[in-house]
Design a protein around this ligand. Structure first.
Ligand code: HEC
Ligand code: HEC
Length: 462
């Protein structure tokens, strides 16, 4: 017994020692392979606020409408897949918000959101129904000679109209618990620190510079579309969407023109889907109070995968959005008449030309999706000190961008060979998402990236 007890005790000591040693070795190994995540940057802090902060309101966040996996906007297709409990539909579940807050019919069918750009007086009649714009490429699509231009009409939010202040307006408009909108009762306002972080995050999204057209495109139809887009006697698009961005051509509108407003007559389209429902949709008077009928020029690189198009989501397809410029609504509008005065005619594209311009818009959208997707994937495999959750988010967004690229190509019957490479890349990204160890995950990501490069080589001469 004595001996046995001695042996057992000795064994306990030795075993304990070995275990402790093993533990510290394991701890050391764990520490060296998993450095603690870096403290969040201003951009990451902004992302957390954008996606999670409800500002003590009705449960919505910025990400409720600006969805990271729907290009930081919201399409009717995406909305249709959301559960009824999603905070987007809060007007259907919170009786304080049952009237004059949203129109559930128009929200569900066309992803239209109720906005009070002209103030919160006369809520029953004084509102606009607008689509949710993406918040991409804002670093190159806001500045104009008249000051910053945010929102479909460039009104911005109350205050200085800047992107930074926009968040305050958005909280008052969309986050309130009742239509009385009393601060610190119905919601709390963002702090200065939160506004800085939100601004930094939003500026980090998407394209940071404008394209430099023309690109060397391999597809003959898209290449012809690009010529038409750039031709100031034919498509005339580049006059307002310089380099397919949001700024006007300074050669035409003067130096520093920037992100201009125009009345292009979208409000005068004859059969707008929202009107066809018989719901009350007051005319949208655009910029200012009372409005001058003008809307702000959006960038069109980001267009093809973010329809329906225009401020009122009135046109479903990118081909239809191009064809808009052939119709009377545009030709008779102040902007259309400006073109007639300057060039002797409006825009008159035949069907092959409409499709060619749309093909061009599709291809530049795909190039941008792939640029974004590859950037996200590279961040996921190359950056050090990222948390696992952040890496998963990056890869997930990268997959959605890649899938958008496939959809945009196939919707126009473009570059089927490139689409096959991209399908394979999507498959590989899914495998990366399912992988349990880092090395395997990174290998799948690298293979996906190489498929994306092959796809790019089918579309452009680098
Ligand atoms: C209920 C849906 C909804 C929520 C929630 C929402 N937005 Fe928006 N957002 C919209 C709509 C609709 C517009 C178009 C408004 C306009 O035309 O003035 C818009 C426009 C914008 C724009 C202008 C984009 C551009 O291209 O000019 C920015 C920036 C923006 N929102 C940021 C935010 C931020 C930040 C939050 C959170 C504090 C937020 N949004 C919450 C629906 C929403
Ligand atoms: C006179 C300036 C002007 C010209 C010329 C012009 N656009 Fe636009 N474009 C605008 C404005 C302003 C809007 C926003 C209108 C609105 O929503 O009411 C717009 C919106 C668009 C949209 C919708 C984008 C979105 O995100 O919903 C597309 C696509 C587009 N334009 C393509 C073109 C093409 C293609 C051409 C040439 C055939 C062209 N534009 C010519 C000013 C112009």
């Amino acid at each position: 017994m004595m001996i046995k007890g001695y042996v057992t005790q000795r064994c306990r000591i030795v075993c304990g020692f070995i275990l402790a040693l093993l533990g510290s070795v394991l701890l050391l190994v764990a520490c060296s392979s998993l450095p603690p995540p870096n403290p969040p940057s201003l951009v990451e802090r902004g992302e957390q606020i954008f996606l999670n902060e409800t500002f003590n309101g009705n449960g919505r966040t910025c990400g409720t409408c600006h969805r990271p996996t729907d290009n930081f906007g919201l399409t009717p297709t995406f909305a249709a897949a959301l559960p009824d409990t999603d905070a987007l539909f809060v007007a259907e579940t919170n009786s304080d918000l049952a009237s004059n807050f949203e129109n559930p019919t128009l929200m569900r069918e066309f992803a239209l959101i109720l906005e009070n750009q002209d103030g919160f007086n006369d809520l029953a009649n004084n509102f606009n129904m607008r689509g949710i714009p993406h918040t991409l490429a804002m670093s190159s699509s806001i500045d104009s000679m008249g000051g910053p231009r945010t929102g479909w009409s460039g009104d911005g939010a109350p205050g200085d109209g800047s992107l930074r202040s926009f968040a305050t307006g958005a909280v008052i408009q969309h986050f309130t618990k009742t239509t009385r909108r009393i601060a610190n009762v119905d919601f709390r306002l963002p702090t200065d620190e939160e506004l800085d972080a939100l601004e930094a995050f939003q500026l980090s999204l998407g394209r940071q510079t404008d394209l430099n057209l023309p690109l060397r495109l391999k597809g003959v139809v898209a290449a012809r579309g690009q010529e038409i887009f750039l031709d100031n006697t034919l498509g005339k698009c580049n006059a307002c969407h310089l380099n397919a961005g949001a700024n006007a051509d300074p050669a035409i509108f003067g130096p520093g023109a920037g992100n201009m407003n125009f009345d292009t007559g979208v409000e005068n389209l004859l059969d707008q889907p929202a009107d066809l429902t018989g719901e009350l949709v007051p005319p949208d008077d655009g910029f200012g109070v009372p409005g001058d009928g003008e809307f702000n020029t959006p960038p069109v690189v980001e267009a093809a995968d973010t329809g329906p198009f225009f401020h009122n989501n009135s046109v479903e397809t990118i081909e239809g959005a191009v064809a808009f410029y052939n119709g009377d609504a545009f030709t008779n509008s102040p902007a259309g008449q400006l073109l007639v005065g300057a060039t002797g005619s409006g825009i008159n594209l035949d069907a092959t030309q409409v499709v060619a311009v749309a093909a061009f818009l599709r291809v530049i959208n795909v190039l941008e999706n792939l640029r974004g997707s590859m950037d996200l994937l590279n961040q996921a495999v190359q950056s050090t000190g990222l948390s696992n959750r952040r890496i998963e988010n990056l890869i997930n967004r990268a997959r959605h961008e890649n899938e958008d690229a496939i959809e945009v190509l196939s919707g126009g019957g473009l570059h089927p060979n490139a689409a096959i490479f991209l399908q394979n890349s999507s498959h590989l990204i899914r495998q990366a998402q399912a992988a349990t160890d880092t090395e395997l995950r990174n290998r799948y990501v690298r293979e996906a990236l190489s498929g994306q490069v092959d796809a790019l080589n089918h579309m452009t001469l680098m």
